[in-house]
Design a protein around this ligand. Structure first.
Ligand code: ADP
Ligand code: MG
Length: 301
């Protein structure tokens, strides 16, 4: 097969591993820089081009879209879908999971465990919002943040009010969440491929840090997850419509709660912590499932 990897940097660990795993299995693995791709949107023969070259003959794509290029990146994924190319994660699923509010709303409809979350527009409603989530301490997060940036722990009511006032003043969209203290600055990354958790790791924030992001100095180790955690992760990926997802859970005293569902989960941390060939499992999934025109979102945007 010819499997395109949408990535802006072919030297990144995840990109390199996917190329390697595909080539090992006899596939052609072009890396397509979605930032440089441009498209001809036409009814009968939509196409994608890079530096004058028409990109053709691609059987499937693996989107690795960074948060800073969500809009353009998902447009390129969608264009491939319009051309009938199978995408392991569809554009609409990527868009859903990128917006933290939209994601928790969709997950809540399916009864998935979540930290109690409030969302409002007017600062006049702050009092009520804080009450919804049980009062301070609370976590306040920007809807489109990533790698722990834009996630704030407000330990007192006063601190929460100031942060909310500041975010509102900047016209930034944010949500307010119950603080899951008992997680102790750790979370569980479940790597889902298809309908299975193929690898999982525990991430622990560095000393004094409530955010477990590896980018914030957290460390990772192998962990055995419970059947409830496993099914929560698989169901969450399914609700988003993602075939490949990194589902982040916290262990709360009311069971596993989902933090977020990542549509381009990194491979380095999880492969290093678990010694598993996760890249190979993604390629195998594509071998079994990729078919021309097999995109559920066709015609529905
Ligand atoms: P990002 O997309 O920036 O990674 P997250 O929502 O995943 O944002 O939050 C970053 C980290 O902060 C999480 O991995 C978790 O360790 C911690 N965290 C976020 N929300 C909460 C919460 N409600 N309670 C406890 N810890 C939280
Ligand atoms: Mg996160």
């Amino acid at each position: 097969m010819k499997i395109g990897i949408l990535s802006t940097n072919k030297n990144l660990y995840s990109t390199r591993r996917l190329v390697e795993a595909g080539v090992e299995r006899g596939h052609e693995m072009p890396v397509i820089n979605h930032k440089r791709a441009y498209m001809n949107i036409t009814s009968h023969n939509p196409s994608i081009h890079i530096k004058g070259e028409n990109i053709t003959g691609i059987d499937a794509i693996i989107p690795r879209i960074g948060a800073s290029v969500s809009f353009y990146g998902t447009a390129v994924v969608r264009q491939f879908e319009m051309m009938g190319v199978y995408s392991v994660n569809e554009s609409v699923a990527i868009t859903r999971s990128r917006d933290k509010l939209r994601a928790v709303q969709l997950l809540s409809r399916k009864g998935i465990g979540l930290p109690v979350t409030g969302f409002a527009n007017s600062p006049d409603d702050t009092e009520d919002l804080l009450q919804f989530v049980g009062g301070a301490p609370v976590v306040i997060k920007l809807l489109e943040g990533t790698q722990g940036v834009g996630v704030v722990l407000a330990e007192t009511k006063k601190a929460a009010e100031s942060v909310i006032e500041a975010f509102s003043g900047l016209k930034a969209n944010f949500m307010v969440q119950e603080f899951i203290k008992e997680a102790g600055g750790s979370d569980i990354r479940c790597f889902v491929v298809g309908d299975k958790v193929v690898a999982s790791m525990l991430r622990q924030g560095k000393e004094g840090e409530f955010r477990s992001n590896l980018h914030r100095g957290g460390s990772a180790k192998l962990i055995k997850i419970t059947p409830e955690e496993r099914s929560t992760a698989v169901r969450s990926a399914k609700v988003m419509g993602l075939n490949v997802a990194g589902v982040d859970l916290l262990r709360s005293n009311h069971g596993p709660v989902v933090m977020e569902v990542n549509s381009s989960p990194g491979l380095e941390g999880i492969e290093t912590a678990t010694k598993k060939d996760v890249a190979g499992m993604i390629i195998e999934f594509i071998e079994k499932n990729a078919k021309q025109g097999k995109t559920r979102t066709r015609g529905k945007g």
